[in-house]
Design a protein around this ligand. Structure first.
Ligand SMILES: O=C(O)CCC(=O)C(=O)O
Length: 347
């Protein structure tokens, strides 16, 4: 029997074992839910084995490659082929958090293993913008460890690409360790197999007494954001986009749908110290920034969160439809540098 056949015959593993609609009201009212025993035993067995194997492989190789200094190690989670990932994860999170099904994007899937010397009471933080809903599954949680949340304080979304950028943007008095002083957090006693979901980019949160804790965290959003390229659809979409770009004539290109790439982190506008010359650049994690003309930036602003044809985009930018062909080279460049993706059938 081939590996594919044996996978098809093996019973499908569900990640979760709860009715998502039972938790939708609580999430809408509070911004978080705690679902005791929400992960299925079969998935727990798989996830623990995966975490242990990843840790052993790293130790054998003498590596601590992806370590957040003195705090925790992280591994990219790979889901079993015969599991209900990603549709089971999407269905549950969309229902609990009321996300737009057509736009839901996975932006992180990490096993986190806290260092045995991790600080007992680190300052609370907000996750990056793409962490609209943070979903955690407890794998091995020490007795005294808790998730703490501040759902009743400052719920502004972190518009930055990381917690560090967000902290750097705050004045000293607004840093969470100062601003939240004296505020009682909600404490969640999350045990092995429990699930928590919370608004990770807007609620200040942290894990207390985390030393030795093992967790699986998944972050999702309905904004089509995948800045570190962890949604399994993002890389194939980029590959297809480049194939279409090279295969299609300009007139075919104009009738192809596009969207802003989920990997595009931000556009920056800087002014040089001498002469205040403007520099507009697009940024994709791990790649060198690319320059943008004002018209190219306008194309991004007009496209916004739409999926429309290149021809439609040019019309919305205010140019006569009969001039569309003249914009094909500009659109080709935006696709080539990765600011936009061409969408094929089924994307
Ligand atoms: O370990 C935890 O439960 C908290 C994780 C966390 O703070 C995060 O993923 O942003």
């Amino acid at each position: 029997m081939s590996r594919r056949e044996s996978c098809e015959r093996a019973p499908k593993i569900s990640i979760f074992e709860f009715e998502p609609s039972d938790y939708a009201d609580a999430y809408a009212a509070n911004g978080y839910v705690h679902i005791p025993g929400g992960a299925s035993p079969e998935f727990m067995r798989y996830a623990l084995h995966f975490a242990k194997t990843s840790l052993d492989a790293e130790a054998d190789a003498g590596l601590c490659a992806w370590q957040i200094t003195g705090k925790k190690q992280q591994f990219l989670m790979e889901f079993p082929e015969n599991s209900d990932f990603p549709e089971g994860l999407h269905r549950s999170v969309e229902t609990v958090a009321g996300l737009d099904v057509d736009r839901v994007t996975l932006s992180e899937r990490h096993i986190k293993i806290y260092d045995l010397h991790a600080a007992a009471s680190p300052p609370p933080h907000k996750g990056r913008m793409a962490s609209e809903v943070t979903v955690g599954i407890g794998l091995r949680i020490p007795e005294a460890s808790r998730v703490v949340l501040y759902p009743d304080r400052d719920r502004a979304m972190n518009l930055h690409q990381s917690t560090k950028e967000w902290r750097d943007s705050l004045d000293e008095a607004d840093l969470p360790e100062n601003a939240l002083e004296g505020t009682e957090p909600v404490e969640i006693d999350m045990r092995d197999g429990d699930v928590v979901m919370f608004a990770g980019n807007s609620i200040c949160h942290e894990r207390t007494r985390p030393a030795g804790a093992w967790l699986l965290y998944m972050k999702l959003n309905a904004m089509r954001l995948d800045p570190i390229c962890e949604d399994p659809r993002t890389r194939p979409q980029r590959k297809l986009s480049l194939e279409l770009l090279h295969a299609r004539s300009d007139s075919e290109l104009l009738d192809t749908e596009i969207e802003i790439s989920p990997r595009l982190e931000k556009v920056s506008r800087n002014y040089t110290r001498m002469s205040w010359k403007e520099i507009v650049q697009g940024h994709i994690a791990g790649e060198k920034p690319f320059g943008l003309s004002e018209t190219e930036f306008t194309a991004l602003r007009v496209l916004e969160d739409r999926r429309i044809s290149v021809r439609e985009l040019i019309a919305r930018m205010g140019y006569p439809r009969e001039t569309a062909a003249a914009f094909a080279p500009m659109l080709r460049r935006l696709i080539e540098v990765g600011a936009m993706d061409l969408l094929g059938p089924g994307c």
